[in-house]
Design a protein around this ligand. Structure first.
Ligand code: PAN
Ligand code: ZN
Length: 200
């Protein structure tokens, strides 16, 4: 999969302060300017159990997550504020998760803030330095420069989190699509556990 280039060139700079309102219960906010959804048919390769993917797709094409974003571009710099909502569910023993990516500009970090639900953030450098942050509402995670990141909903309700990063960071999905992270997050005896990823 090819890297997704930042859309910064398309956005007119605006140098005045702005505010927006997040509904903490639903994870929706306004005003947003970009919105996308990701369904299982777009993400089936992420999941280990391919026969479970096929069985699920035969019954429909579930929505795994959606993302709302509001870029703040000024004539000097930029930020993006985004809220991701991952729905509860599993494919095989793996919970619904985001695609996961490195930033195209590796030096660009990101801050995540868990607003609602239960989850796990996987963070890993290209050299294999792996970390998992177990999330409840109120947990803030810093993703340092050079670390890939993926979020997993381990709970029974939507997992909602906000993200702040420079829009110029961009997204590189290719490496994660090929081999994933060192660990997968699976349900084992009714609880969420890390399991080694044999493809990594
Ligand atoms: C987030 C993610 C968002 C969706 O805004 O883009 O949670 O995850 P994927 O992009 O991996 O599908 C972020 O990390 N932005 O940089
Ligand atoms: Zn990111």
């Amino acid at each position: 999969m090819s890297p997704e280039k930042p859309t910064i060139d398309k956005i007119k700079p605006y140098d005045m302060p702005l505010h927006l309102q997040v509904d903490l219960a639903s994870g929706e906010f306004a005003p947003f300017t970009e919105f996308y959804e990701r369904r299982l048919s777009q993400l089936g390769d992420l999941f280990h159990d391919r026969s479970a993917v096929q069985r699920t797709l035969a019954a429909g094409d579930p929505l795994l997550y959606d993302v709302r974003m509001r870029p703040f571009v000024t004539s000097l710099s930029d930020f993006t504020f985004g809220v991701t909502r991952i729905y509860p569910g599993k494919v095989g023993d793996e919970y619904y998760m985001t695609k996961g990516h490195f930033h195209l500009l590796l030096e660009q970090p990101e801050v995540y803030f868990c607003l609602r639900g239960r989850g796990c953030l996987l963070i890993e450098s290209a050299e294999g330095d792996f970390h998992a942050h177990w999330w409840t509402p109120g947990v803030v995670s810093h993703i340092p420069p050079g670390y890939a990141h993926r979020t997993v909903n381990t709970g029974s309700e939507a997992l909602v989190f906000s993200a702040i990063y420079h829009l110029s960071a961009g997204h590189d999905y290719g490496k994660i699509a090929q081999r994933g992270f060192s660990c997968r997050v699976v349900e084992l005896n009714g609880s969420a556990e890390l399991a080694p990823n044999p493809l990594h």
